[in-house]
Design a protein. Structure first.
Length: 195
C-alpha cells in the first residue's frame, strides 16, 4: 500500500484495534471460567487480524490510532492469554488437575492417598503468566523478540525445583507454550500494524 491510501490505512488500523478490543472484552468476560466457544471466537478474530496485516498491512496510520491499537493489543495479549492458557491446560490435562486461586496446582502424593494430604506446586502461576505475556508482547512490539528467550530462561530457572513432578512439568510446558503463542501472535499483529 502506498502513502496515497491514508484513509484505508486508518480504517485498517482502527479495525485491528477494534478486534483487539473485542478480544480483550471476550477474554475479560471469560476469565473466571474459561470455556472453548469464547476462545474459538477470539482465535477467529486474531486469525482475521493476522490475515489482514499480512495481506494489506496498514501504513501511515496516525499516531493516536497506533497508540490505541498498541494499548489494546498489549492488554489483549496480557489479559486475554489467561483464559486461553487455562483452557488449553484444561483440554490437555482432561480437567484432572485441580488449580488453586493463584494458578498453582494441587498434587496428591499417590492415587490411593488421602485427598486431605495434598501439596501445592507452581504457586503464583497466574501472576507469572501475566508478566510473561506482558514481557513477550512488549519485546515483540519494540522489535526485540530475542528477549522472549530470556523470559523463558528466567521462568525455567525459577520453576526448576518444582519440575520434578510430572504434573508440574506437563503444566509448565503446555502453559508456557500456550501463553507465549498467544502473546507472540498478538505482538506480531501489533508490530506489523505499526510498520
Amino acid at each position: 500500500m502506498s502513502s496515497a491510501d491514508p484513509l484505508l490505512s486508518v480504517v485498517l488500523a482502527a479495525s485491528i484495534a477494534a478486534v483487539m478490543g473485542a478480544v480483550l472484552v471476550i477474554s475479560l468476560v471469560n476469565v473466571r471460567r474459561p470455556s472453548t466457544p469464547p476462545m474459538v471466537v477470539c482465535g477467529i478474530l486474531i486469525a482475521a487480524a493476522v490475515i489482514t496485516v499480512v495481506v494489506v498491512p496498514p501504513t501511515d496510520a496516525p499516531v493516536p490510532v497506533g497508540i490505541g491499537l498498541t494499548a489494546l493489543g498489549i492488554a489483549a495479549a496480557t489479559i486475554g492469554g489467561n483464559p486461553f492458557t487455562r483452557r488449553a491446560l484444561d483440554v490437555a490435562t482432561g480437567n484432572r488437575v485441580r488449580e488453586t486461586a493463584d494458578g498453582g496446582i494441587l498434587i496428591v502424593a499417590a492415587h490411593d492417598a488421602d485427598p486431605e494430604h495434598t501439596r501445592t506446586l507452581m504457586r503464583g502461576g497466574t501472576v507469572i503468566g501475566y508478566l510473561e505475556r506482558l514481557a513477550a508482547v512488549i519485546a515483540i512490539v519494540v522489535g526485540f523478540p530475542e528477549a522472549v528467550a530470556a523470559v523463558i530462561a528466567v521462568k525455567g530457572i525459577g520453576r526448576f525445583p518444582e519440575l520434578a513432578e510430572p504434573e508440574a512439568r506437563e503444566r509448565f510446558i503446555i502453559g508456557t507454550v500456550a501463553s507465549l503463542l498467544w502473546a507472540g501472535v498478538i505482538g506480531t499483529i501489533i508490530r506489523l500494524s505499526l510498520g
